[in-house]
Design a protein around this ligand. Sequence first.
Ligand code: ADP
Ligand code: MG
Length: 304
Amino acid sequence: MKKKILILSGGISKERLISLDTGYQVAKELKKNGYRVKISEPDSNLQKNIKIFRPNIIFNALHGQFGEDGYIQTILERYNIPYTHSDAISSSIAMDKEISKKIFIKNKIKTPKFVTYSYDIKISNLIKKVKKKFKFPVIVKPINEGSSVNVFICNEKNIVKIINSIKNYKKIMIEEFIGGREIQVAIMGKMKLGAIELKPKRKFYDYQAKYNVNARTKHIIPVDLTKKKMSELMNIAFKTHNLIGCSGVTRSDFKFLNGKFYLLEINTQPGMTKLSLVPEIAAHKGLSFIKLIEWILNDATKKR
Ligand SMILES: Nc1ncnc2c1ncn2[C@@H]1O[C@H](COP(=O)(O)OP(=O)(O)O)[C@@H](O)[C@H]1O
Ligand SMILES: [Mg+2]
């Protein structure tokens, strides 16, 4: 008898639509393969849905705040049902770009230089600090967001306006801008699954470049790197996955400039639509979408 899978998708984050897509694609694939599936929002109906459906495994298809940052994982622990991907602690560390970058630096993993800002000092003083530390352009981003939402390339002229426009975040980060290539790596448990390069036609790999096919971002696989560089890249992603204590599948986002890899972040809930990067890397390695999903489910079972 095939297992009963409850898929958590939607949620309240700015990545709600992506999560609904991930949930829908995973559900469709599982149903096609004989599983019994129920999709649930992570809201007040969740408890009732779990009670009535009695799933064997919960597939967490949420992205962003409340889905990827340890909050829902803490609630899921209470149900004593295996759930997919990373646990509460590693999710919350990975989602916090400031804490995770401090861990990267401590462990000699190269990451762009940064300062954080919580609207506590005068913005003019912040700009002075930024000018001392980096050259323009710089990157401004929230420390706890995803899908490039509210990520901006800023110059000296527009930085104040942009920082003021995202005041609703408790904390933001200003980073040195790293040009060069955009490469992302998937790690699957103990397996270094592979890499993919993105060539956006837009200024950077922003929300449109990620999800709008009309933005025509080029996906390049296999990535053109020497064997040595490829193995260096895989090792950094693998080390990071383990350092943060992640489980299941993760995707690490890098910039590659002048022979050096800069780790931007590690994602504990990578997108799982058929057009997402992890399924694409998996397919290139001969792992079908259903096999990838089944591996993730199986990993959840073994973990707890
Ligand atoms: N320091 C940086 N230098 C150059 N580009 C960056 C930098 N930080 C982010 N970006 C661009 O913005 C995208 C999203 O940034 P990232 O830190 O991965 O946040 P998110 O969690 O929103 O994906 C990256 O894939 C990259 O294209
Ligand atoms: Mg990213």
